[in-house]
Design a protein around this ligand. Sequence first.
Ligand code: 13P
Ligand code: SF4
Length: 301
Amino acid sequence: MDLVNEIKRLKKEKNAIILAHYYQRPEIQEIADDIGDSYYLSKVAKDCPEQTIVFCGVKFMAESAKILSPHKTVLLPAYDAGCPMADMAAAEDVVKLKEKHPNAKVVAYINSTTEVKAVTDVCCTSSNAVNIITNLDTDEIIFLPDKNLGSFIQEKIPNKKMILWNGFCITHKRLQPDEIIKAKESIENVITLAHPECEKEVRDLADFVGSTLEILNYATASDNKNFLILTEEGIMHQLKKQNPDKKFYTPRGGMMCVNMKKTHLKDVYEALLNNQHEITIDEDIRLKAYGSLMEMHRLAK
Ligand code: 13P
Ligand code: SF4
């Protein structure tokens, strides 16, 4: 069976849209109708006319789509594709921290559970976090779960007090400053691009820090020829595809998020064929989480 043709046929038959994050496998990116960073995909999922969304990414992305569009069917092809960082913050602990800082607003990275979003004032992604927190009408922020994105924002907005959660991305944490220094020394005229989920010591070695889409845009707009990429290796597919005349390097063996790699073509085919694995969310929690995600879309405009 030709999986790609079958996916195309079923997608048409079911009037579905396939969305893929840049960290997905190349063959998944190739069959997607739209590819993007977390913010862009959230916008597309919210505004698309299709009634069925096949979300090739991780659980919090598919859940965010469902929170914003409860009338749409949202399918997560790899049912167990989670995000360990999102699971590092529990809603009851967030509520306890809020009680200790009654004047603070809670800002949650979109990489968080629906329950956490439900006790949050506003969500953000790596591409809009600085903008959103700058525009927020408070000087005290509880930021969770990513301490690295949080410290990156704090560097950009020193006049606001950021109370940081102790979460992190296990994929980006693997990067070691010494291996990056060695990689930089071995590549001529290299520009280093990093994701803000990297630790500070790693970010400090980069020329530019941004979301996956911002990294792609930076490399595409630059006249430079060599780039060292400090984020999950799935992004290499679009970087190379859109810039065939440029060279992209990763430190040592690269960086892989096992959860982002759980989606295979067969999973997308089965998702469309059997309407699996459908995201369902309790309506009370969804309504509370809806407020924080809509606030993100309002403030990020
Ligand atoms: P962005 O694509 O928004 O940069 O997010 C990266 C990420 O870790 C998604 O899990
Ligand atoms: Fe979560 Fe990191 Fe994987 Fe993104 S790359 S899904 S933050 S573990």
